[in-house]
Design a protein around this ligand. Structure first.
Ligand code: UDX
Length: 436
C-alpha cells in the first residue's frame, strides 16, 4: 500500500522504515531539509540499533522515500500516519501544536479518500478533534477518516519492538478504517486488538502509566527494604514467579526517565483533573519518581561535610542504556546538584556525552566544574565519589578492584544496582545502591 508518515523522530521514522520493510511503499515527511538529506544518504537522525541498515536496504529497493514536499507525499496516499511529537506543556498537558500543523497540511493536500492514523500519544478524545479539524479544512471533495494506532516501542530496541510487537492496538470508528489498518498490519503477523478510537488512546496511557507505577512501587519498596534490612533484588525475584506480577519492570533504581513515562504520567494526571477525577495512583508514581531521582545525592550529602572541590566521577548520562537520549535522565538532576554544591564532576557515557556537553559545556558551571573522559577508568582516577546513573555494559564491567585501585577514596553510589555487594565489600569499597 502507499503510505506517508509525518515526522521522522523515534515514532515516525521507525514506523515508516518498518512499514517499508514489510513491503509497503512509504514516504517519510519532515520539515527539516537537512534531516531529509541525511536520511537519503542512509544515515539516521536518531541512534537506534538496526535502523540505518533497514533504511539503506529499503531506500535501495525503492520503497522508502524521504521528502519535505508533504503535498506530494499526502495527495494520493492510502493512509497517512502522524508520528510527530506531543511535548509536555508546563502544566503537564500535551502540546498538540505539531499534530495541528500536520492535520492542516493533510487537509490541504489530499486528493482522494484516505485514512489518517495518529501514532503520536495524544489525550483521549484528540482523534475526534483531529478528524473534525481535517474535515473543516479539506480542500478537495474527499472523505478522510481518522484512526488511533498508539506506539509501544522502547528506545534502543525500537526496530525490534515494532517488528515483533506484543500487540498492535487499532482504534477505529468504521469498518472501512478497521479493514484498512488490518491490511496495513497484516504482513507483520502480530496480534491485533481492535477497539474504539478513545479506548485505543486510553490504552496507550494506561499501559505506560502502569509500567511507571510498577517501577515507582518497586522503588518505594526498595527504600523500605533498606530501612528494614531486606534486599529488593531477592524480593523482586520472589515476586516475579507469580505470573500475575510478571518478571519485567521490577528493577528498583534511580527512577524512570525518558520521553514517555514522565510525560505520559503527567498528561494522564492532567486529563483526569480535567475530567474532575483524582488519579491518585498515578500521582503517587510521579511523586515517588521525583524523590527517587535524587535519593543517592541526598544520601551522599548526609555522608559528606561538603562537595566543594571533591572530584566526582559520574558514570552513565543517558536515561537508559542503548540510547543517547537525555530526556528526563536522572543524571541531569544529580549533575545539576553536584555542580551547584561545588563538585568537580568528571563524566563518562559511551554515547550520550556529546548531547550532555551541549547542556553542560566543559569548564566551570555554578560553583563547580565539569569535564568529560573517553573511558570510565579515567573518570575514576583520583575520584572521591562515584555515581552510577546508567547501566551501560562498559560500566557494569568495572570490577570492585578497579574502584579500589583508581579512586582516591573508594566511595560508590550506584543507582542501578549493577555491582556485587560481596565483592565491593571484599575490596574495601564503601558501596551504596538501592534497596540492598
Ligand atoms: C517506554 C515503554 O517501555 C514503551 O512501551 C513506551 O512506548 C515508551 O516508554 P522507553 O522510555 O524507551 O519506553 O524505555 P524503557 O525501557 O521502558 O525504560 C523507561 C525508564 O524506566 C528508564 O529510565 C529505565 O531505566 C526505567 N526502568 C525500567 C526502571 O527503572 N526499572 C525497570 O524495571 C524498567
Amino acid at each position: 500500500m502507499k503510505l506517508a508518515v509525518a515526522g521522522t523522530g523515534y515514532v515516525g521514522l521507525v514506523a515508516g522504515v518498518c512499514f517499508a520493510e514489510v513491503g509497503h511503499d512509504v514516504t517519510c515527511v519532515d520539515v527539516d531539509k537537512n534531516k531529509v538529506e541525511l536520511m537519503e544518504s542512509g544515515r539516521s537522525p536518531i541512534f537506534e540499533t538496526g535502523l540505518e541498515e533497514l533504511m539503506r536496504k529499503n531506500y535501495a529497493l525503492g520503497r522508502l522515500h524521504y521528502t519535505i514536499d508533504y503535498k506530494n507525499a499526502y495527495k494520493d496516499a492510502d493512509a497517512i500516519f502522524i508520528g510527530v511529537g506531543t511535548p509536555e506543556r508546563p502544566d503537564g498537558s500535551a502540546n498538540l501544536s505539531y499534530i495541528a500543523t500536520v492535520s492542516r497540511q493533510i487537509a490541504e493536500s489530499v486528493e482522494r479518500d484516505c485514512l489518517v492514523v495518529v501514532k503520536s500519544t495524544v489525550p483521549v478524545g484528540t482523534n475526534d478533534k483531529v478528524e473534525q479539524f481535517i474535515r473543516d479544512f479539506l480542500v478537495k471533495d474527499v472523505t478522510v477518516e481518522v484512526a488511533s494506532n498508539p506506539e509501544f516501542l522502547a528506545q534502543g530496541s525500537a526496530v525490534h519492538d515494532t517488528l515483533h510487537a506484543a500487540r498492535i492496538i487499532i482504534g477505529t470508528e468504521s469498518k472501512q478504517a478497521e479493514e484498512t489498518l488490518m491490511k496495513i498490519y497484516e504482513p507483520f503477523q502480530l496480534p491485533i486488538v481492535s477497539v474504539s478510537r478513545r479506548s485505543a488512546e486510553m490504552t496507550k496511557y494506561a499501559a505506560n502509566d502502569f509500567l511507571a507505577l510498577k517501577i515507582s512501587y518497586m522503588n518505594d519498596i526498595a527504600n523500605l527494604c533498606e530501612l528494614v534490612g531486606a534486599n529488593i533484588e531477592d524480593v523482586a525475584k520472589g515476586m516475579s514467579y507469580d505470573a500475575r506480577i510478571g518478571a519485567n519492570f521490577l528493577k528498583a533504581g534511580i527512577g524512570y526517565g525518558g520521553s514517555c513515562f514522565p510525560k505520559d504520567t503527567k498528561a494522564l494526571k492532567f486529563l483526569a483533573e480535567q475530567a474532575g477525577y483524582r488519579l491518585e495512583t498515578v500521582e503517587a508514581a510521579v511523586e515517588v519518581n521525583a524523590r527517587q531521582k535524587t535519593r543517592l545525592f541526598q544520601k551522599a550529602s548526609n555522608r559528606m561535610i561538603t562537595f566543594e572541590g571533591l572530584k566526582v566521577a559520574v558514570l552513565g548520562l543517558s536515561f537508559k542504556p542503548g540510547t543517547d537520549d537525555l530526556r528526563e535522565a536522572p543524571s541531569i538532576d544529580n549533575v545539576e546538584l553536584l555542580l551547584a554544591y561545588g563538585a568537580e564532576v568528571c563524566a563518562y557515557d559511551p554515547v550520550a556525552m556529546d548531547n550532555f556537553k551541549k547542556k553542560y559545556p566543559e569548564g566551570m558551571k555554578g560553583r563547580g566544574k565539569i569535564s568529560y573522559v573517553q573511558q570510565p577508568e579515567e573518570a575514576l582516577k583520583g575520584a572521591n565519589i562515584c555515581f552510577v546513573f546508567t547501566e551501560w555494559k562498559e560500566i557494569k564491567e568495572i570490577g570492585a578492584d578497579t574502584f579500589k585501585r583508581l579512586m582516591q577514596t573508594p566511595l560508590v553510589y550506584d543507582g542501578r544496582n549493577i555491582y556485587d555487594l560481596k565483592s565491593m565489600k571484599e575490596y574495601g569499597v564503601e558501596y551504596y545502591s538501592i534497596g540492598r
